[in-house]
Design a protein around this ligand. Sequence first.
Ligand code: CMP
Length: 132
Amino acid sequence: MIKPDALEANNTGKIIDMIIEAGFSIKAMKLTHLNKTEAETFYAVHSERPFFGELVDYMTSGPIVAAILEKDNAVADFRTLIGATDPAEAAEGTIRKKYAESKAKNAVHGSDSDENAAIECAYHFSGREIVG
Ligand code: CMP
């Protein structure tokens, strides 16, 4: 996902360029605006964390772009491309180093495992929109 802070700052195109340049192919993509229930469901794994309310408020504060990306080793390579959760700790040249505002407003989300990628892809897309 490209998150509300990145859309608000008009960084969507630059982030998509970085994703393509890094060798990912886009299999599906959509602009959408999560409601509270959708954000709570997507981030249910974090529901006991102290920042959960802040996370849900932020993720519903504006539109997001959801995408399915394909590449060999996609989960690990995407996490390398986006950098650490906290932009202050993210490596130079990563998406979060360039575009994230803070640990909370951190520009992008990437799945943390193949299993969660499948769950998150199914969450955002029914299947009919997926190319190839
Ligand atoms: P993401 O990779 O989407 O996974 C969970 C999200 O929770 C994370 O990016 C941040 O947006 C948010 N998050 C993680 N840690 C914190 C924190 N300490 N305070 C606020 N938000 C956080």
